[in-house]
Design a protein around this ligand. Sequence first.
Ligand code: SIN
Ligand code: FE2
Length: 218
Amino acid sequence: MNLDLFDEAASHQPPRTEQIGPQTFVLRAFALPFIDDLLPPLRAVLKAAPFRRMVTPGGQNMSVALSNCGPLGWTTDARGYRYTGVDPQTGLPWPGLPQSFLRLAAAAAAQAGFVDFRADACLINRYVPGARMSLHQDRDERDFDAPIVSVSLGLPAMFQMGGLQRSDRALRVPLLHGDVMVWGGVDRLRFHGVLPLKEGHHPVMGPQRINFTLRKAG
Ligand code: SIN
Ligand code: FE2
């Protein structure tokens, strides 16, 4: 299959909403109208806080490289997972959260029924072919009242959306450039992950997938 063509076709689809749980939604192509306002600030963020691979508390090198912007940024090292106000690599505050990211996050959350979502943390993940994220819950935030808004750019990925128990069967959701997933409320602690990224070249993003996850962490 020619993934570039597949994606081209997808990028001309109008936005549409798929509900895959009581409070879990896939907003197809939702980020596309925002894209021209997302990429320049994304580049600036990554210049100030470049992607780096982090180590899990268990000593594993993550295959996904990450960065953050916003008042709080998610990090991991031998001491554990946590949010910090500064980039441990530079000792400087994480770059600011671009207005366009905040606007997209609030609009996507509202579309999924979560009003007044104000993100204070944005984790940026970079997947190259072979990179994956094993099933986990997002539970390092202070409370779980706010939803998770997750924006996919670049190469297609196979997202896994599981249940509230690790052993629950996970639904496979293909995520394409511009798709946004939102989950919260009763679904806030669902296990989720990403299968190893397949090789490819995306016309806009190149040979990679970039995901950003907007959260209210503090
Ligand atoms: C995450 O759970 O932090 C990343 C999810 C994704 O890359 O789609
Ligand atoms: Fe996550």
